[in-house]
Design a protein around this ligand. Structure first.
Ligand code: OGA
Ligand code: NI
Length: 336
């Protein structure tokens, strides 16, 4: 009970985070790189503005996302996620913080991955291949809208990757190589949250987690909910809200980037707390190619700073993280 009261007290005095804002159209590259590096070292979260994704188009994407989630469950279950982690994820499908959650995340989602043509030698790899799409008679223009957003978001991520390379004293195109972002595993995810979270009862929109990959772009409909915890080891944990800023996209560093940079860039714990309002968001997760080995970058190690993490293949790492957080597909057998 004592702890509960503390948590409630902490909730009522919840801080709002102030994050650096990177202007992707700024000609002063040095300034952008310094600001980005500071954000990555401090908490791994920042905003980007002038990213080139048109506001009206962004609204379209949210409207289409809304339309999908408004369909009857039976229709949505027709595009239930497959073994390649694409398609519909029902409410409670994912549990990101099993230690503190009594049920899964109170959100439903839709994964859209990268498509490589059928004659591509990599077609059968776990995170490439075709996406299931909702019936175009039911949702006309849906696929086109999502494919366009996927392309635009990837373009923004590649621009950010150049700044990240410079911030790590690497060649500006370091992350552009074929094994890195040449054929990236880039997954967008439509999310729809519903209900009211209650941390004291273990109920969350999204449980506390860090993202798996290189970077994540997060577009939201403006409804508050995202919180970050800058230092996971401080007890009790201190959570700060990250507000949405019109025209800006939130970006965060994922675990692979933390590993590449030998812990210099932080992959920060975050979660979503719901206030009862519907909330829609679209994270876009970028990871390098399947076979990319994630190991300490040459500029992030020295005699006094040896690599802290063992090297690991991108697809092996991702597969493991997805399997740990989602329920087994076979548990849906009788529902589709
Ligand atoms: C995620 C995530 C935050 C949000 O999907 O990994 O952290 O605001 N989402 O939806
Ligand atoms: Ni996340």
């Amino acid at each position: 009970m004592e702890n509960r009261t503390k948590e409630e007290l902490q909730d009522s005095t919840m801080k709002v985070s102030s994050l650096n804002c990177i202007d992707l159209a700024n000609d002063d590259l040095h300034h952008s790189v310094v600001s980005l590096k500071q954000a990555c070292v401090d908490c791994g979260f920042f905003y980007v503005i002038n990213h080139g994704i048109n506001e009206d188009f962004m609204e379209d994407v949210f409207e289409q996302s809304n339309k999908f989630f408004a369909l009857p469950l039976e229709e949505k279950m027709k595009v239930l996620r497959n073994e390649k982690h694409r398609g519909y994820t029902p409410v409670l499908d994912e549990t990101l913080d099993p230690e503190n959650q009594v049920t899964g995340d109170h959100k439903e989602g839709y994964y859209i991955g990268i498509e490589v043509p059928k004659d591509d030698p990599d077609w059968d790899k776990p995170f490439y291949g075709p996406n299931p799409w909702p019936n175009s008679d039911v949702l006309p223009k849906w696929r086109e809208t999502m494919e366009k957003y996927h392309q635009e978001a990837l373009r923004v991520c590649k621009a950010i990757a150049k700044l990240l390379a410079l911030a790590l004293d690497l060649d500006v195109d370091y992350f552009d190589s074929p094994e890195m972002l040449g054929k990236p595993i880039s997954t967008m995810r439509l999310l729809h949250y519903e209900g009211k979270s209650d941390p004291s009862k273990g109920i969350y929109g999204t449980g506390a987690h860090s993202d798996y990959g290189m970077i994540t772009l997060l577009a939201t409909d403006g409804v508050m909910g995202l919180q970050i915890c800058k230092d996971r080891n401080v007890k009790p944990q201190k959570w700060e809200y990250v507000p949405s800023i019109e025209g800006a996209i939130v970006v965060n560093i994922g675990d692979m980037m933390e590993r590449w940079s030998n812990g210099l860039f932080k992959s920060t714990l975050h979660r979503v707390i719901l206030n009862g309002q519907n909330r829609y968001s679209i994270p876009f997760f970028v990871e390098p190619s399947h076979d990319c080995i994630i190991e300490c970058l040459p500029t992030c190690q020295s005699e006094n700073n040896l690599p802290k993490y063992p090297a690991i293949k991108c697809s092996t790492y991702l597969k493991q993280r997805y399997e740990e957080s989602h329920v087994k597909l076979s548990s849906y057998k009788n529902q589709t």
